[in-house]
Design a protein around this ligand. Structure first.
Ligand code: IVH
Length: 672
């Protein structure tokens, strides 16, 4: 065969296999036998191995995996990945419709679709080719899991000819079918290994596996629920979802009632009631129905809150219940010393998974339910990973059962537990000597939303603690190459990464440091408010309890927690040492407030030369401006750095929004 013939053969086999794949996995209508398919695939693999110069990046052979991803690259989303607000009753949906139509000042058509219970994914296409798949991450940035997503047969690698935009993104959900989940767990049981908890978590774990050939074998599936493109290709959501179906995506089928346009609340409720019963027959989990305003113009008009679109709402199905025996109550110790009682149950099937443990929350709940060991209990699964106990079947209670006695000492370190007046939780006060508290605190400190220390993960923290290298947050900054290199799984490269990550964390802004400390009740929002109000750790430390309570939206419970934390000599010493290591304990001079950006809305995109993205955002906010995640008619400026997404740029240009640089922004602030 001439080279020309070989290239042609590779092209033809690729196209043919992708088309069979589509028939099988998207349409569920196989066109050839599995054997014939495997033979053709084998032929293509052999040709590609011999003539790699002709192999396509998106060849159907990628579906069997083989690519290994050591570190998933972090990628900024072109459009933030938000969540949905939830509703649980017809009344709440009626409220949503009324609220929406009032804002629109007119009628809306709504689209109902399934709320797939899996992992969100954004898949970008360029010129009809799969380009990149990114996980939700923190909503602003996620991990590039392209090699793994390419193995999912329902995800097209090359689109069918059609009027798709040159560059666009498909948002959808990756799920592990229930049948595949069962097979996987049977294999685990056969090997005597731990089984997986539920399909959603397994899908999430599978997507982050380093070896894509294992991912390929697990049998993930994917459903689309949104199309994001700088150019509008349809009037509304319904039309564009169906259009995407014609390009080769597995889009919900109206004939199977997987999607419907609804004009009235009754039509919406019919859809909900239908799926509340029918969902048991699906081979994947759904946890509700999503109701969306169909028309794109109306969607734009409605816009977004900080967390979710105003044009959509999720209706969550009522949780399923099961009855089982409570074998034993054990206690877990959290990073703040909070004790959580856990019910260890006789394994029971609930909503398609085996449940062995349930949370009992605190002593009050145990007392209120009067749960006793050996009781038969009602277990319910809501949105949480851990199910909860909602009642006791008193009819089955043994006559010699005795009320449950709550733990008096910490199960980990034996210290006497304390419980403050008015608080439901018991605490172990042994902050500096109780292992799960120390480890949990350091794990929180390094986490993505806190100090975001790259090169350090939760497992490594456990390892470093067990090796006696870290006992406190401060010890992280004392780590040295010589101590780390001899440890297991620590190659030179990982040690370099770890130390660089630790060093880089010294630049994290003050508000993050404040959050990372893990002060009880101080989440990201409270940390931001405190940082903005007091501007330095010294100022918060010097503040009286009343002065902390003066901060808008900070109540007495949070204020007391902050005040006590900062007045504890152990913490004061730790803060002094962190300060000496160079951590940011105040807001920078140039971040101090002005009103120069008052009334302006910014979208930031890309990576900047002199500031981190968070620093840029903090600067905008400190000077009165507002940050939003996606470009709309209401955006005043787009601050562009290196690697700004092309679709974002196109959108900004289309809407004639000025695209400015980092230094332009600084100038705008300086001029005042
Ligand atoms: S639309 C702006 N539609 O639910 C958010 N989401 O709680 C637009 N999900 O993270 C989301 N099925 O991963 C949408 N039919 C559906 C969905 C769906 C499942 C997930 C999605 C999102 C979460 C929101």
């Amino acid at each position: 065969m001439s080279e020309q013939d070989i290239k042609q053969k590779i092209d033809q086999l690729s196209e043919e296999l992708e088309s069979h794949n589509y028939s099988y996995y998207v349409l569920s209508q196989p066109t050839i036998s599995d054997y014939e398919f495997d033979m053709k695939l084998k032929e293509l693999m052999e040709l590609e191995a011999k003539y790699p110069q002709f192999a396509h990046d998106n060849s159907p052979t990628k579906r069997v995996g083989g690519d290994i991803t050591k570190n998933f690259q972090t990628v900024m989303h072109d459009y933030p990945m938000l969540s949905l607000s939830n509703s649980y009753s017809k009344d709440e949906i009626v409220d949503f419709i009324t609220r929406t139509e009032k804002l629109i000042e007119g009628k809306c058509v709504f689209v109902c679709e399934l709320k797939y219970d899996g992992v969100a994914i954004g898949i970008k296409y360029r010129n009809g080719q799969f380009y990149q798949a990114v996980t939700r991450g923190d909503g602003q940035k996620g991990d590039d899991v392209s090699a793994n997503v390419k193995t999912i047969r329902a995800v097209p690698l090359t689109l069918k000819p059609g009027d798709f935009p040159e560059s666009f993104e498909i948002r959808g959900e990756i799920v592990l079918p229930k049948s595949k989940f069962e097979i996987l767990n049977e294999e685990m049981r056969a090997k005597g290994e731990m089984t997986y908890a539920n399909p959603r978590n397994t899908a999430s774990g599978t997507l982050k596996l380093q070896d894509s050939s294992i991912v390929a074998k697990r049998g993930l599936d994917s459903f689309l629920y949104g199309i994001y493109s700088p150019t509008k290709m349809a009037q509304g959501h319904y039309e564009s979802v169906l259009k995407a179906g014609s390009w080769g995506f597995k889009s919900p089928d109206p004939k199977k009632k997987m999607i419907a346009q609804c004009n009235t609340i009754d039509e919406i409720m019919d859809f909900i009631n239908y799926w509340d019963l029918e969902r048991a027959h699906l081979d994947f989990d759904i946890d509700g129905i999503v109701i969306k305003v169909d028309d794109y113009n109306q969607q734009e008009q409605l816009g977004y809150t900080a967390k979710s679109p105003r044009w959509a709402i999720a209706y969550k199905f009522k949780a399923e219940q099961a009855v089982t025996q409570l074998n034993k109550v054990t206690f877990q110790v959290g990073r703040t010393g909070a004790i959580t009682p856990v019910a260890n149950l006789e394994p029971v099937q609930l909503a398609g998974t085996t449940v062995k443990r349930a949370s009992l929350h605190n002593a009050d709940i145990i007392e209120k339910l009067d749960v006793r060991e050996s009781d038969y209990v009602f277990v319910e699964k809501g949105g949480e990973i851990i199910p909860k106990i909602v009642g006791v079947d008193l009819g089955q209670r043994s006559p010699d059962s005795v009320p449950f006695e709550y733990a008096k000492v910490c199960p980990e370190c034996g210290t006497k537990l304390i419980r403050r007046e008015g608080e439901a939780q018991h605490y172990c006060p042994n902050e500096t000597g109780c292992k799960p508290q120390i480890i949990g605190r350091i794990q929180h400190f390094i986490s993505r939303r806190a100090m975001d220390i790259e090169g350090l993960g939760e497992e490594t923290i456990v390892q470093l603690y067990n090796e006696g290298l870290i006992q406190s947050l401060v010890d992280l900054y004392r780590l040295e190459e010589g101590q780390l290199l001899p440890l297991e799984r620590m190659a030179k490269k990982s040690v370099d990464n770890l130390l660089k990550g630790v060093e880089d964390s010294k630049k994290q802004p003050f508000e993050r440091v404040l959050f990372a400390l893990g002060i009880r009740y101080v989440g990201e929002t409270v940390a931001k408010k405190l940082a903005k109000y007091f501007k330095s750790i010294d100022a918060i430390q010097q503040a009286t309890l009343e002065q902390i309570e003066d901060v808008p939206e900070i109540g007495p419970v949070i204020a007391l927690s902050v005040h006590e934390y900062l007045n504890n000599p152990i913490h004061q010493e730790q803060l002094n040492q962190l300060k000496e290591f160079g951590l940011q304990m105040e807001i920078h001079e140039d971040e101090k407030s002005s009103n120069s950006l008052n009334g302006y809305t910014f979208v930031i995109s890309g990576v900047f030369e002199n500031h981190s993205r968070d620093e840029i955002k903090a600067l905008i906010e400190a000077n009165g401006g507002k940050n939003v995640g996606s470009i709309s008619g209401k955006t005043n400026y787009v601050v562009a750095g290196e690697g700004m997404g092309p679709s974002k740029r196109a959108k900004a240009e289309k809407l004639e929004i000025p695209i400015i640089s980092e230094s332009d922004l600084l100038e705008m602030i300086d001029q005042q």
